[in-house]
Design a protein around this ligand. Sequence first.
Ligand SMILES: NC(=O)C1=CN([C@@H]2O[C@H](COP(=O)(O)OP(=O)(O)OC[C@H]3O[C@@H](n4cnc5c(N)ncnc54)[C@H](OP(=O)(O)O)[C@@H]3O)[C@@H](O)[C@H]2O)C=CC1
Ligand SMILES: O=C(O)C1=N[C@H](C(=O)O)C[C@H](O)C1
Length: 268
Amino acid sequence: MTTSSAAPDQHGSTAPPGETPLVPVGVLGARGRMGTEVVKAVNAADDLELVAMVDAGDWLFDVANAGAQVVVDFTRPDVVMDNVRFCIDNNIHCVVGTTGFDEEKLATVAEWLRPKPEVGVVIAPNFGIGAVLLMRFAQEAARFFPSTEIVELHHPNKVDAPSGTAVRTARLVAAARRAAGLPPSPDATTDSLPGARGADVEGVPVHAVRLTGLVAHQEVLMGAAGETLTLRHDSYDRASFMPGVLLAVREIARRPGLTVGIESFLGL
Ligand SMILES: NC(=O)C1=CN([C@@H]2O[C@H](COP(=O)(O)OP(=O)(O)OC[C@H]3O[C@@H](n4cnc5c(N)ncnc54)[C@H](OP(=O)(O)O)[C@@H]3O)[C@@H](O)[C@H]2O)C=CC1
Ligand SMILES: O=C(O)C1=N[C@H](C(=O)O)C[C@H](O)C1
């Protein structure tokens, strides 16, 4: 569905002469939990214009036809790659919050971007500023603790487990542990039910809870002799992701190529 009231001129602008043009934004997954919030946030932003809302069953060409310069994707791990490919092919910058990106998929996106040096794609498993900081703090602290485990807790409608944020946190922690030369976390378990010790992400156990009433939460637990450090972040409302999403929408045209996470946009 396209939402723009005025047709773009030959430069893609709908602004009257002399005024700073609004950035035309399309939202994919627009009727979903995150998409609905993004639509509200874009509509409330003075410098952005919502030009297309696309959800399952809608025509993806709507975003190109509407003149979107930036697309925000909060869809599903099984469809997001097709959406990103379409945007890159059509010279549209992408802000991607959808999860499910492993190293292979990231490499594929980087490959698609190679012939399009002017297009920017940011793929971030979490746009919450607190969650981004938690990842950074966990990365900093990891080398001081022999044991680290991650517990992520989410609403029960989430389709992927563990969360993209937890997987990224675990990878960052694992890299910090490797760099510090830490041995595997001590664990004497020889007898367990399947899943009891969580998913193994590069040696870091990740436990996923799905509970009615929750939105998005994560704890990183670190242990050393006689002490523990627990880092916790809670998103109680999806509004918590919007400052990060809007920052990425405003920045991405100046950041060609592939960016993973919004840390660099925040000066981290
Ligand atoms: N990076 C971040 O900060 C955050 C990331 N997420 C991630 O974002 C993703 C979406 O989460 P959430 O909003 O809760 O999920 P929802 O299921 O509520 O929303 C996804 C929407 O995308 C629609 N959709 C499915 N296929 C397509 C398609 N091909 N084109 C366009 N739309 C499509 C779905 O329709 P239908 O239901 O009919 O399939 C649905 O309306 C998940 O991967 C989640 O982990 C979530 C929160 C924050
Ligand atoms: O599905 C969600 O809700 C969320 N998904 C992202 C993830 O998998 O990390 C971000 C946040 O945790 C909310």
